[in-house]
Design a protein around this ligand. Structure first.
Ligand SMILES: NC(=O)c1ccc[n+]([C@@H]2O[C@H](COP(=O)([O-])OP(=O)(O)OC[C@H]3O[C@@H](n4cnc5c(N)ncnc54)[C@H](O)[C@@H]3O)[C@@H](O)[C@H]2O)c1
Ligand SMILES: [Zn+2]
Length: 678
């Protein structure tokens, strides 16, 4: 059963963490001190519940809390070897755990344990960090908060910072919290409600002070030529830039992207001071692993042409990598972890917006959210003073901190298709849906394109949130809609790696029954549709220079000849030859093109449910509901083919195990001798 103190802490944490003004994603931590019965002795013991390492306050639950024995934690002060060796204290936390201790204690645990208050909040609010990064933050803190909030000079989080803040609380009985230079805020209270109210009071007082005393144009006047493009122009330009940029920032390792054209970003990039401020980089310690010390800024006006922008991005990227390597070399010591790649994680394009990157969509999105926090911080700091983040050497000490490295080493191994962005046509139903499901389960980001937007979005929602999959409307017979689907993919996930031409339909008719409309419809959706999708996708894949996969869901009927199938089988044969033609043409770009020949996939198939099944059953003289079993009996393996079997083949084709295979068709038909490839 949850201890009431812990339950109260979860409630407060969730309220604080769900307000982006209060803290950034997974930033900050909260704690409560209380008592519980020690099962070993039956005695009441004093405990500290504190948010564990890496968790998010907004979504915190009990397993996310670390639980420590307060007496033993405080006893560590007696063995603390001094600031030079403060990192060793993290291992010492293990000897203070209550029971199994819950989540891993974070570096901030010392601050929570040592400060003599029952409830402590440590937060990263934009308004508080604006004070923390103001050149004269100490004086401003006095002016804005009087004796109630005390300035603590910058120090990397750890045991010593905990000792410092505990001393401040002892020496300033009227204080309710402090501003941590270069970093954030800490507030405390005797009750959970007091701590929460004190946190909010500091945040709101800082906001009010900035609003009342701040300059009106902290980022300076508008810059000529840097005004935002119209929303349509921005999206079109971002989609055109995305593949090339994603290729560049994936120089060291492939990354997923996130794009935003939020007003805060466009406003910052259109103002005179943006280049100076962007070069100063971010400040709060949470940021460095997520955004790197500085973003890459395109130093061209929004009025520049696409070609000018792409050319400049290439040279800026080279400069960025050289600068980052130099930064690493300047500060790395023999003990430092090795460089984690020199590509930028945030790229700013005036007039257009911001791209951010990471090892998966959530990480990429959060990097973008962090940079928006950084813009807000810079605006506040510049409004009341001059933005002065912590020195670069300290940024390095955070970014390449052995404790941060240890966290990274503990991360689970990425899934086989992690960082890959897939577009599957006709994926709201049947085989396409099974393919999308499998690709997502293997770590890919998936775009589900289908005729009906609601159905596409519903299918995407079944796979998880928009960090996993999105649904878009696209009729593959329409050139404009196909391009829009590819654009949506590169805007949602930064680029494109894996395309599955699956959309299709089937009308079982004899030659004499087949109308011109029947012929055109099937050829338009399958032969022409996959040509249009492959063409639009190949442009992005070629720009990206990261290779890629195009897979066609063709059919056994592309080679097998039977009655009542003229239009369908002919267009399937067309698709099958597109595989070979494109394999031959796109090989030089590292793009593999392969096909799959399924047969008799009855379960889940809209094609079978929509009349084709009834007609096929009539052709074979079996009841429709027994069609799957009938097909199974015809096969060499005697097995029914399911949508998942086709999805498995797509997965295998796209893994690195088949990196040297292109122009191939894989039959997924449980063995049909008449359709053997030769
Ligand atoms: N089911 C089988 O036995 C079988 C066998 C061999 C090949 N195939 C092929 O597999 C693919 C998927 O078939 P399924 O059985 O899952 O069928 P399905 O009807 O369940 O799914 C096809 C999807 O394609 C979509 N679609 C149709 N026209 C479209 C268009 N113009 N633009 C965008 N989307 C469109 C449909 O809305 C549907 O969601 C088809 O290409 C089909 O020819 C199926
Ligand atoms: Zn912090």
């Amino acid at each position: 059963m949850t201890n009431p103190t812990a339950a109260e802490l979860i409630g407060r944490s969730n309220r604080l963490g769900s307000d982006p003004r209060v803290t950034n994603y997974a930033g900050g931590n909260t704690s409560a001190k209380g008592t519980d019965t020690d099962p070993a002795t039956g005695e009441e013991v004093e405990l500290l519940w504190v948010k564990g390492s890496g968790g998010d306050l907004g979504t915190l639950t009990e397993p996310g809390l670390a639980v420590l024995r307060l007496d033993r934690l405080r006893a560590l002060s007696g063995v603390y070897p001094g600031v030079e060796r403060e990192d060793e204290m993290v291992a010492a936390f293990d000897y203070t755990l209550f029971g199994k201790g819950g989540a891993a204690p974070s570096i901030d645990t010392a601050m929570h344990g040592l400060v003599d208050a029952a409830h402590v909040d440590h937060l990263h609010p934009d308004s508080g960090i604006a004070f923390a990064t103001a050149a004269d933050g100490e004086e401003l803190t006095k002016k804005a908060f009087g004796d109630r909030v005390v300035w603590v000079p910058w120090r990397r989080p750890g045991w010593q910072l905990g000792e410092d803040i505990a001393a401040i609380k002892r020496e300033n009985p009227d204080a309710i919290g402090c501003i941590l230079g270069g970093h954030g805020i800490t507030a405390w209270g005797d009750t959970s409600d007091d701590a929460e109210a004190n946190s909010l009071w500091i945040i709101e007082t800082a906001e009010r002070y900035i609003a009342e005393h701040g300059r009106s144009e902290p980022f300076g006047p508008a810059l000529d030529g840097y005004a935002p493009l119209t929303p349509e122009e921005r999206r079109a330009r971002a989609a055109a830039i995305a593949p090339t940029l994603r290729g560049l920032v994936s120089t060291d390792r492939p990354q997923v992207g996130h794009f935003t054209d939020a007003d805060v970003v466009l406003d910052f990039l259109s103002s005179a001071e943006h280049a100076r401020l962007a070069a100063l980089g971010t400040s709060c310690p949470d940021h460095f692993l997520r955004t790197k010390v500085t973003p890459m800024l395109l130093d061209l006006p929004a009025t520049a042409t696409l070609e000018e922008q792409l050319e400049r991005l290439h040279s800026l990227h080279e400069e960025y990598r050289a600068d980052y390597q130099a930064y690493y070399d300047r500060y790395a010591t023999a003990e430092s972890p090795s460089i984690r790649g020199a590509d930028p994680l945030v790229v700013l394009i005036p007039g257009v917006g911001m791209f951010s990157y990471g090892a998966n969509k959530q990480t990429a999105r959060v990097a973008g959210e962090f940079y928006i926090n950084a813009i807000n911080v810079m605006r506040g700091a510049e409004a009341i003073s001059t933005y002065a983040p912590i020195p670069e050497s300290e940024k390095f000490r955070i970014e390449y901190w052995a404790l941060e490295e240890a966290k990274l080493q503990r991360m689970p191994k990425p899934k086989p298709l992690a960082t890959r962005v897939a577009l599957v046509t006709g994926a709201a139903s049947g085989i396409g849906k099974a393919i999308a499901t499998r690709l997502a389960a293997e770590g890919a980001c998936v775009v589900i394109a289908d005729l009906d937007l609601d159905k596409a979005q519903a299918a995407a929602a079944e796979l998880g949130g928009t960090d996993v999959a999105i649904g878009v409307q696209a009729n593959v017979t329409d050139e404009v809609q196909v391009q829009a689907a590819v654009d949506a993919a590169v805007l949602a996930f930064g680029g494109l790696d894996l395309v599955v031409n699956n959309a299709g339909l089937s009308l079982s008719k004899s030659l004499l029954e087949t109308t011109v409309a029947d012929w055109d419809l099937q050829h338009n959706v399958m032969a022409k549709g996959s040509f249009l999708v492959s063409r639009a996708a190949a442009k992005a894949l070629i720009d990206q220079k990261l290779g890629g996969d195009i897979v066609y869901i063709s059919s056994k009927n592309s080679i097998f000849a039977g009655p009542n199938n003229i239009a369908y089988s002919a267009t399937k044969a067309d698709q099958a030859h597109q595989v070979r033609l494109l394999a031959a043409e796109l090989g030089e770009h590292g793009i593999k093109v392969n096909g799959i020949n399924p047969d008799g996939v009855v379960r889940g198939s809209g094609i079978f449910a929509g009349g084709w099944g009834a007609k096929r059953a009539a052709v074979y003289g079996v009841p429709e509901e027994e069609l799957g079993a009938y097909y199974a009996k015809r096969t060499l393996l005697g097995r029914e083919v399911l949508p998942e079997n086709v999805a498995n083949a797509v997965f295998v084709l796209c893994t690195s195990d088949l990196s040297h295979t292109t122009g191939l068709h894989i039959p997924v038909d449980a063995g049909v001798a008449a359709a053997f490839l030769r």
